[in-house]
Design a protein around this ligand. Structure first.
Ligand code: FAD
Length: 296
């Protein structure tokens, strides 16, 4: 099933993101965690792509397994920044053969290792090029792309960032998913600006439940996202008690999701980080809101 059809036809949807293992030794335990999340029956699940493509087969394996075994629509991520044309063509072909219908088309981060290797300007500079290629392939893919309510770190300003985001949509992106946001107002402000700029495709806010204090620093480093005072106090107060922190983090994420639904945002994506207990905690908190069928 195509994700755009879920987004366009359901009142509320909730999806989860998982990531593949870095090494073969981690495959079985991660597969098990992703299966557990799939067994809750979310609207769809996305599977990230390791920076530089090192774990490409695992992304496909996990996306296929979720889709075939649990009938949960899957969204396979694909990055292009360090790849050559032939590699990307082969990956697109492999996704098509695996029956993947949904692809998240990304550039990938310009990591220090990548910059050192000099591979950052191989055949692809921006995600727009990958989106065009997916669109021109015969895979009939539904294409997602990334967007940044708090501006992509490399962008000089929001106007420029939205201009290039619009190019991704014009190239063929069917929907957008945001970088993690901890303050819904930043998402709502971003939406006004997108609609004003003529970006009309569905935009899914990305919510990251922070369930242990160590995640905070990493989340800020990765995303540059603003942490509201209310959230910082919660981490300060509960951070040393793992169980209390987990409960508080799930409650904070749930509160954000309810606020989004209550303000007319129908689709929310949770960065569930391969944690079935966190996904379950959020689902349980929303049981009467989502109903049994998860909007499917
Ligand atoms: P682009 O859309 O290419 O944008 C990158 C920068 O270039 C932006 O500043 C943009 O404004 C600018 N730009 C675009 N076009 C032009 C142009 N023509 N001229 C000048 N500037 C331009 N990373 C992974 O490695 N694996 C994943 O699975 C993954 N999943 C993600 C999922 C989501 C929802 C998000 C938000 C991010 C994800 N990332 C992932 C991280 C992502 O790869 C990085 O944020 C990366 O730095 C940018 O990727 P992009 O696709 O948004 O790039």
């Amino acid at each position: 099933m195509k994700i755009i059809d879920i987004l366009n036809t359901h009142n509320m949807s909730l999806s989860f993101e998982v990531f593949p293992p870095k090494k073969e030794s981690g495959f079985d335990s991660i597969k098990k965690a992703t299966e557990e999340i799939a067994s809750f029956g979310p609207s769809f699940m996305s599977v990230t792509y390791g920076a530089g493509g090192g774990t490409s087969e695992y992304t496909l394996e996990i996306a296929k397994n979720i889709m075939n075994k649990y009938k949960v629509p899957s969204l396979a991520h694909l990055t292009c920044v360090s790849s050559d044309k032939e590699t990307v063509r082969n990956r697109i072909e492999a996704m098509k053969e695996a029956g993947i219908k949904n692809v998240m088309a990304l550039r990938g981060d310009l990591t220090p290792e990548l910059m050192e290797s000099g591979l950052e300007n191989r055949d692809y500079k921006y995600a727009t090029q990958l989106i065009r290629e997916l669109k021109e392939s015969d895979g009939d893919f539904c294409i997602g792309a990334a967007c940044y309510p708090e501006v992509h770190p490399e962008s000089p300003n929001q106007e420029e960032d939205i201009k290039h985001l619009k190019e991704k949509v014009e190239a063929g992106a069917d929907f957008l998913t945001t970088q993690m946001v901890f303050d819904n107002n930043l998402f709502f402000q971003f939406m006004y600006k997108l609609r004003e700029a003529g970006v009309t495709v569905p935009v899914i806010p990305g919510i990251m439940p922070i369930t242990n204090a160590n995640q905070v620093e990493r989340a800020i480093k990765l995303s540059g996202s603003f942490m509201p005072h209310r959230f910082v106090s919660l981490v300060d107060y509960f951070g040393k008690d793992p169980e209390a922190m987990k409960q508080a983090g799930i409650a904070y994420a749930t509160d954000q999701i309810i606020d989004l639904y209550a303000n007319g945002i129908t689709n929310v994506h949770v960065y569930s980080m391969n944690k079935p207990d966190v996904a379950k905690g959020i689902i349980d908190n929303l049981s009467a809101i989502l109903g049994k069928d998860f909007g499917r």
